[in-house]
Design a protein around this ligand. Structure first.
Ligand SMILES: O=C(O)[C@H](O)[C@H](O)COP(=O)(O)O
Ligand SMILES: [Mg+2]
Length: 312
């Protein structure tokens, strides 16, 4: 296994790296930002990539926001982009359900464990859903619930799929409904199964911690539709008509971002050390994936801009 090439501070190597790719798939949490903190030099680096005619696509597993909601976040943080450049796991899941799963009405409703991002992307594909941010689920379970969930009187007969994403309001009541739908044969999907969520330079429970209890209860593993799922890669390739050999995946997590790029047979993968994984993780004998290149932070790529300015 070739050792990853360290690019930070090596202007010639960075220029050579940039010349190899036309499209950069950019992870968000841990690469662009940590919560609402944008890493230093990110905006200038995006400018540099675009000034060299590179296509930038933001590919995030974070399902709490839709493309429109992400555009608001990017704009609010001073990062120029548009919804066409944003491809999240909530969108990836919605197009999988509407264009591949294609459940027949009326049993085509989705029981959502997640936030508004999933709901808005399901709406954009005209997929009916229940659960999610519905306030009637944000409460403790009651004796009426125990009875109504057990005898099915409180369940929606049209639910054919359970979709689990990062749910910041998960509780026993929601898990109880989801369990019953899965026991009744609903398809088990997840936007992503990241174990942790890098936020504010620390770690919080990831989306995987939402679907995992249901997997434990049912013995069923969800089909995950975010990175490293190749269903997502195929959808991105189709949407952007990209040449995989001229495309580089940039990420902070080995078992999602880097694995996604490698299994997608992309021309390259670049790991940044501002998020989940560190160098020791890919140097470990049982490393899940090894990047082709790495930098301390994304803006190390942008250093070539300063260099060419100093040269001119
Ligand atoms: O738990 C999650 O959903 C993930 O930690 C988070 O969303 C990762 O987002 P990404 O790094 O793919 O932008
Ligand atoms: Mg990340």
């Amino acid at each position: 296994m070739a050792q990853p090439k360290y690019l930070t501070g090596d202007i010639a190597a960075i220029n050579e790296f940039l010349d190899r790719f036309d499209v950069f798939l950019l992870d968000c949490d841990g690469v662009i930002w940590s919560g609402d903190h944008v890493f230093e030099g990110v905006v200038e680096t995006l400018e540099l990539l675009r000034s060299r005619g590179k296509k930038t696509v933001f590919v995030t597993n974070n399902s709490t926001k839709s493309r429109e909601e992400y555009l608001k976040k990017f704009t609010g943080l001073g990062i120029p982009t548009n919804t066409e450049e944003i491809f999240g796991s909530a969108y990836s899941s919605a197009i999988y359900i509407s264009r591949i799963l294609k459940q027949e009405a009326p049993r085509n409703k989705v029981f959502v464990l997640g936030e508004a991002g999933i709901e808005n992307e399901l709406r954009s594909e005209n997929i009916p859903f229940v659960g999610g941010t519905d306030p009637s689920f944000r409460r403790d379970i009651t004796p009426e619930d125990w009875t109504g969930i057990a005898d099915g009187s409180l369940l929606d007969p049209d639910v054919g799929c359970v979709l689990a994403g990062l749910d910041l309001h998960i509780n026993y009541l929601k898990l109880s409904h989801a369990l019953q739908y899965l026991r009744r044969g609903a398809v088990f999907l997840a936007t992503n199964v990241d174990s942790t969520f890098p936020m504010n330079h620390n770690f919080f429970p990831g989306a995987g911690s939402i679907s995992f209890p249901l997997a434990y209860m049912t013995g069923q593993q969800p089909l995950a539709l975010g990175k490293p799922s190749q269903a997502m890669m195929d959808a991105i390739e189709g949407k952007f008509q990209l040449d995989r050999a001229r495309t580089c995946m940039v990420g902070d997590r080995l078992n999602t971002d880097i694995k996604f790029g490698i299994e997608g047979k992309l021309g390259g993968t670049l790991a940044v050390l501002t998020g989940v994984n560190k160098q020791a993780d890919w140097e470990a004998a049982d490393a899940v994936a090894v990047p082709a290149f790495y930098v301390d932070k994304l803006s190390d790529i942008g250093a070539v801009a300063h260099d060419s300015m100093q040269r001119s």
